[in-house]
Design a protein around this ligand. Structure first.
Ligand code: CTP
Length: 400
């Protein structure tokens, strides 16, 4: 089930903030992810963006007035609340948050939130001082204590020109929160999945290092896919360019030794390890504490020492270990040898020279090979979909 939004019904509650200008884009992204989107607007929101803008994107009626007998809401004031799989309030003003926290039901938006049994995600957007005000902080705490996800706000430039907390999250981040919430009761609920990502950096001196071309995308996708199936997902990442995924506990590391320590610790109570990191096999034997000077030397050499094999060293009882083998030749033979050497349950092997499947790509074509020698050759898929196929295979170990 690679896309938790496919075929789901989302009630998008829009309250009156200048961040409303980004709400039609959010609605559009939700629709592109396969969701049915019912927009419920406050009167103030309709002053910033017209219902027509939302209706043109969602191809569904937009509710603004609870008393309008022409709308579905007018006929049955809780219809949207009942049919939604999730209610997202974005943007949520300080006033909207206060009304929700106090259980008011004085318009279509608050009625929907009060009447729904679906999970609710509230995305604050307001002036920084309003957000910092103890009243708003208490309202946010009240919402959280009732199981509502308060997503954001981000810190940045506000409409007032000031800098501070109060910016509504980017639509992509809001969608990640929605996916996580929708996947909460998924087939990995109650399980801890540790994924690793990125290429480790082995310092030569304070300004130079040895590393590799791993982007970290595969490991990040593994953590996100696990999150979207309800797992408690931990990402141990050496990637420096990708942002932390929403709803995942992130441990940032640099070297192979740091990664070994973090993975050992996180795996103590984990059920699955997806080892997508490209761990350096060698590190400078004696890194210099000061920047090395080239002087007048014409050549130079560096003595290297072996790094620990992280995945081979993890021996938690019952842990399903999945490895990766990024190869340039003899892909399947090389990968099979690693299953035994590292005590893996199965390995995802890929040819990094194949088009669309190399470093930094968003897609990957892998072969899943297990201990018994069975090989499952997958098509070219997005890394997120590859991650789901890996997790599907993990689940098969528990079924038997
Ligand atoms: N791996 C690890 N620790 C290392 C090296 C690799 O845990 N020091 C893991 C990788 O994360 C991957 C698997 O082992 O899941 C295979 O990694 P790969 O680099 O393909 O294999 P190596 O053992 O390094 O073998 P070689 O470089 O000789 O191909």
């Amino acid at each position: 089930m690679p896309n938790p939004l496919e075929g789901r019904t989302v009630a998008l509650g829009v309250s009156g903030s200048i961040a409303c200008y980004r709400a039609p884009y959010l609605a559009s992204k939700l629709v592109q992810h396969g969701a049915r989107v019912d927009v419920v607007m406050t009167e103030a929101a309709a002053k910033f963006v017209t219902p027509l803008a939302f209706g043109s994107i969602t191809h569904r009626p937009v509710v603004t007035d609870i008393f309008d007998p022409q709308t579905e809401m007018g006929i049955d004031h809780v219809a949207i609340a009942e049919r939604s799989d999730v209610v997202v309030v974005a943007p949520a003003t300080a006033h909207a948050m206060a009304r929700i926290a106090h259980g008011l039901a004085d318009d279509a938006l608050t009625t929907t939130v009060l009447a729904t049994r679906a999970p609710v995600v509230v995305c604050p957007a307001m002036d920084g001082h309003m957000y910092d005000n103890p009243a708003t902080q208490e309202n946010a705490a009240t919402l959280r204590s009732r199981g509502i996800t308060v997503a954001g706000p981000a810190t940045g430039r506000l409409a007032s020109g000031m800098y501070g907390p109060g910016r509504m999250l980017e639509p992509a981040e809001i969608i990640d929160h929605v996916r996580a919430v929708l996947g909460r009761d998924g087939d990995l609920a109650g399980r801890k999945v540790v994924a690793t990502a990125g290429g480790t950096r082995e310092l030569i001196d304070p300004v130079r290092f040895i590393s590799n071309r791993s982007s970290g995308k595969m490991g990040h996708a593994a953590a996100e896919a696990a999150r979207d199936r309800g797992a408690s997902a931990v990402l141990v990442t050496a990637s420096t360019t990708l942002p932390d995924p929403v709803g995942v506990s992130v441990v940032r590391v640099e070297s192979a030794i740091d990664m070994r320590d973090a993975v050992m610790r996180e795996c103590e109570d984990a059920e699955v390890l997806v080892m997508a990191a490209a761990v350096a096999d060698w590190r400078p034997a004696e890194p210099s504490e000061r920047k090395l000077k080239k002087g007048s030397a014409k050549t130079s050499s560096l003595e290297l020492a072996r790094t620990p094999d992280v995945v081979a060293g993890v021996r938690t009882k019952g842990l399903i270990k999945v490895g990766f083998a990024a190869e340039t030749d003899d892909v399947e033979r090389n990968a099979r040898a690693k299953i035994q050497q590292k005590g893996l349950h199965f390995i995802a092997a890929n040819d990094v020279t194949a088009a669309g499947s190399g470093f930094g790509a968003d897609s990957n074509r892998v072969v899943l090979i297990d201990r018994e020698g069975r090989a499952e050759r997958l098509d070219m898929l997005s890394k997120y979909e590859v991650a789901h196929r890996i997790l599907d295979k993990v689940l098969s170990y528990w079924d038997c």
